[in-house]
Design a protein around this ligand. Structure first.
Ligand code: TTP
Ligand code: MG
Length: 386
């Protein structure tokens, strides 16, 4: 069965929230971004300001020159966060499958949810009405069988619109659009495509995959399938973190081995503790080093067996640090440790290992003591890490 995906985006979000607080600003060219006398850029422009050529990211001084009569307002981020929370709560009433993207947009998988309303369009209308009634804001809704088409559709029906691309119509809809409408295609990619004779999404879709892959690698595979209206990405609720990391910037650049080891050990204890608190184990350990000249490198390794013990994380991170220092012996200003490729305990029951279980239990007991009495309540000997 075809999926039914909504992409919902609030119109001129920051400006519209300000207009709720000051209704006399409605219908006028309004720009949120701050004082035009000072440095800064446009964050949001009302639809009345846009015909003057004003858009997000433009220096405020230029916006002021293009539209001197515009009203400039400084951003009130707390107001926007509050409106965003309420917006997401409304969406959650219409489908359990919601993926927020930033403050003012979200994907919703409404497959099956539209039935009581009669059609996807009617469901979109019901959502827009609630947003308008409760928040006094307008939204635009793109409706399609996949994320990328829904997102492009919502951008095309702004403000306060809705646009449905019915199953099977994806390619006809996409073909004539400029290639820059594809999410992820910025100026550089657009220029490179133009040099290949491609200016529309349809022209990109018609290129052999091999050609696009040769020019753009993995990213090429993604934009080529999106150009063909193919996008299998699921609507995913923001889940648990995919990695845990911690870093420290030193007061003074250093190469002092003992100092680096002490700091690395502390970082490993902290990420280890967070892993254990979530009952997770990691199979990938990464270190990040920033040198005095701000050059930054990362080094990572995969563990033979997933772990969350301080001993394993630290010995692995220390080995990576020593290897990196052997390659480049320059003072460091920052070190960081990241564990990733996380798995829950349930996935690993079959690999029961009494030695490892003992090390984990010991670390957990130490975590409890440290939480109660502070980080230095337990000190360990050289070579030992808990
Ligand atoms: P957008 O949804 O991109 O823009 P918008 O809601 O102002 O206008 P549109 O009707 O075209 O959707 O971004 C949402 C908010 O994020 C926007 O109101 C302000 C903020 N923002 C910035 O602070 N800087 C930026 O460069 C952009 C693009 C947005
Ligand atoms: Mg918006």
């Amino acid at each position: 069965m075809a999926r039914c995906i909504f992409h919902i985006d609030l119109d001129a979000f920051f400006v519209s929230v300000e207009q709720v607080f000051a209704p006399e600003l409605k219908g006028k060219p309004v720009i949120v971004g701050g004082d035009p006398e000072r440095r800064g850029v446009v964050a949001s422009a009302s639809y009345e300001a846009r015909p003057f050529g004003i858009h997000a990211g433009m220096p405020l001084s230029r916006a002021h020159r293009l539209c001197p009569q515009a009203i400039f307002i400084q951003a009130n981020i707390l107001r926007y966060k509050d409106a965003s929370t309420k917006f997401m709560r409304i969406l959650a009433d219409f489908s359990p499958s919601i993926e927020p993207l930033g403050l003012d947009e979200a994907y919703l998988d409404v497959t099956g949810c539209e039935e009581p309303y009669g059609s996807p369009q009617k469901l979109a209308l019901a959502i827009k009405e609630r947003i308008h009634k409760e928040l006094n804001l307008t939204a635009s809704v793109g409706i399609a069988t996949c994320k990328v088409v829904a997102k492009i559709a919502s951008a095309l029906c702004k403000p306060a619109g809705s646009l449905e691309i019915t199953p099977g119509e994806e390619r006809n809809f996409l073909n004539p659009l400029p290639v820059a409408k594809l999410p992820g295609v910025g100026e550089k990619t657009e220029q490179a495509l133009r040099e290949m004779g491609v200016s529309t999404i349809g022209e990109l879709a018609a290129l052999p995959l091999e050609v696009v892959k040769k020019h753009f690698g993995k990213f090429g595979i993604v934009i080529h399938s999106h150009a063909n209206g193919i996008d299998d990405r699921r609507v995913e609720a923001p889940g648990e973190p995919k990695s845990i990391s911690q870093q420290v910037t030193f007061a003074k650049d250093t190469l002092e081995q003992h100092f680096l080891e002490v700091n690395l050990k502390r970082l490993c204890q902290e990420v280890g503790e967070r892993l254990r608190r979530q009952d997770k184990r990691a199979t990938c350990v990464t270190i990040r080093l920033r040198y005095a000249d701000f050059g930054t490198i990362t080094r990572q390794t995969t563990l033979r067996q997933a772990s969350n013990t301080n001993q394993v994380i630290y010995t692995t991170a220390l080995q990576l640090l020593n290897e990196a220092l052997a390659e480049k012996r320059k003072p460091l200003r920052l070190i960081g440790v990241k564990v990733s490729n996380l798995a829950g305990k349930e996935k690993q029951l079959r690999m029961f290992d009494p030695k490892r279980e003992k090390a984990e239990s010991l670390d957990k007991a130490v975590d409890q003591i440290r939480r109660k009495y502070g980080p230095s309540a337990i000190k360990t000997g050289k070579g030992k890490v808990t």
